[in-house]
Design a protein around this ligand. Structure first.
Ligand code: PLP
Length: 425
């Protein structure tokens, strides 16, 4: 009875929030994915008295493993932490000889990405080599990868951008030919597929993010995915202070317990540790969203297709996103780059969208080579023609599961109006 009252209260307020965020045709960049049941599940972990890492985290990890068909999903407090921990592990004495990265090794990564794809490379004393991206899809350009290869290249840290997947076949072949490790930053593309295989399952490791604006959300949260059980066990421990209690492998446990008999089992720390722990509070919030992920993705795909179809007539002026037959996009946002033309600039278009309450922002973090943080550190780049264009002339609008037909039609109407007002031959 009491639960029903709380649920009604939450439902009422979530509806109110939707009304507020979408009022007067406003189109926000994202909207919460959780419902009243998710909130109740989360609150329950507080009432039960164990809201930190526990059973809910385990259940979320299991569900993600099943969904993505991967052996190990290790939940952390963010996608950025996931990227950091993957590289830290590979630079540590725990890395297998054939995988070990050393100070000064070069890692090829896209110039257009989020700050915490590149920062962890620098933080681990490795050198990011910023490669150019393709327009329309914003994935790593294969020619640019090849041009940036050197004797020091040891890994490719690709990004599956905005729900699209990189050209895995070509990238895997480059990795094989040059003996490179493949790591996937899949923070923006959970559920996307390449040749019917999930993005995030191609690399030795990959990361996903469950930040609040993403497909599914634990407010803050991320995951490391790997099929390697040896590494998974160490990662589980390292995220939680380096604790033995997080080590699953019974043989490994036995070896440590036998070698360090005098140490209390509950407070033994076999691995170097961080506190990158997720909480059950977050895990309980996201747990049932995983069951709705396919529905969310389908809604995003429906919206993207409709918008692309309607805006294609403006392709003389805009680089619009594209779909490929071997890729199932799990659209994250709707990116656009304005082509050079005599009628209008990006600013004119984004101002018009803002005036009409369609929120917009730069594409990911734009060109990382232009961001202040990188200037203080060693990095390499060649000419970044497309990344520069993305930075100067690119933006995205929101594309999420809340885009119903009425809202999609509104977006199309606003674009039509802009072009009608602006293009006067
Ligand atoms: C490509 C990419 N990498 C990493 C991250 C970091 O994820 P988080 O915000 O969960 O730390 C993001 C965040 O959106 C991202 O887009």
């Amino acid at each position: 009875m009491k639960k029903n009252i709380i649920k009604s209260y939450l439902d009422y307020n979530l509806k109110k929030l939707e009304k507020k965020n979408f009022s007067n045709n406003r189109l926000p960049l994202s909207f919460v994915q959780y419902d009243s049941n998710d909130i109740l599940n989360s609150i329950n972990t507080l009432i039960k008295g164990w809201p930190t890492i526990g059973n809910e985290v385990k259940q979320v990890e299991k569900k993600i493993q099943k969904f993505l068909k991967i052996k190990n999903a290790i939940m952390l407090n963010s996608g950025g932490s996931a990227n950091f921990l993957i590289l830290y592990l590979l630079c540590s004495p725990y890395a297998k000889k054939e995988d070990r990265l050393h100070e000064g090794d070069e890692i090829i990564t896209p110039a257009v990405t989020w700050s915490t794809t590149v920062s962890p490379i620098i933080q681990n004393n490795l050198v990011p080599v910023l490669a150019d991206v393709n327009l329309s899809t914003y994935d790593l350009n294969i020619n640019s990868i090849e041009k940036n290869l050197s004797k020091k290249t040891k890994a490719i840290m690709l990004v599956n951008p905005l729900g699209h997947v990189c050209d895995m076949k070509k990238i895997q072949s480059i990795c094989k030919k040059n003996n490179l490790l493949l790591i996937e930053d899949n923070c923006e593309s959970i559920g996307a597929k390449y040749n019917n295989k999930f993005a995030g399952t191609f690399g030795k490791f990959s990361s996903i993010s469950m930040y609040q604006s993403h497909h599914i959300s634990s407010v803050e949260g991320g995951m490391i995915l790997t099929n390697d059980d040896y590494y998974a066990d160490i990662l589980r421990s390292m995220r939680a202070n380096g604790w033995l209690r997080e080590v699953k492998n019974l043989n490994t446990r036995k070896i440590f317990l036998k070698s360090f008999r005098e140490i209390d089992e509950s407070f033994m720390f076999p691995y170097i540790g961080f506190n990158f722990k997720p909480t059950d509070l977050s895990a309980a919030l996201v747990k049932n969203q995983i069951d709705k992920l396919n529905e969310f993705i389908n809604k995003r795909r429906f919206a993207a297709r409709k918008i692309i179809k309607s805006l294609n007539k403006f392709d003389e002026f805009l680089y619009l996103p594209k779909e490929f037959t071997n890729i199932k996009n799990s659209w994250f946002t709707f990116p656009i780059v304005v082509k050079k033309n005599k009628f209008f600039s990006k600013k004119m278009l984004t101002n018009f969208l803002s005036e009409n309450r369609i929120d917009n922002r730069p594409i990911i973090a734009g060109n990382i080579a232009d961001q202040p943080f990188i200037k203080k550190f060693k990095y390499k780049k060649k000419k970044l023609t497309n990344a520069k264009l993305v930075m100067d002339s690119g933006f995205f609008i929101g594309l999420n599961h809340m885009l119903n037909t009425k809202r999609i039609n509104y977006i199309i109407k606003v674009f039509n109006k802009f072009f009608k007002n602006t293009i006067k031959e």
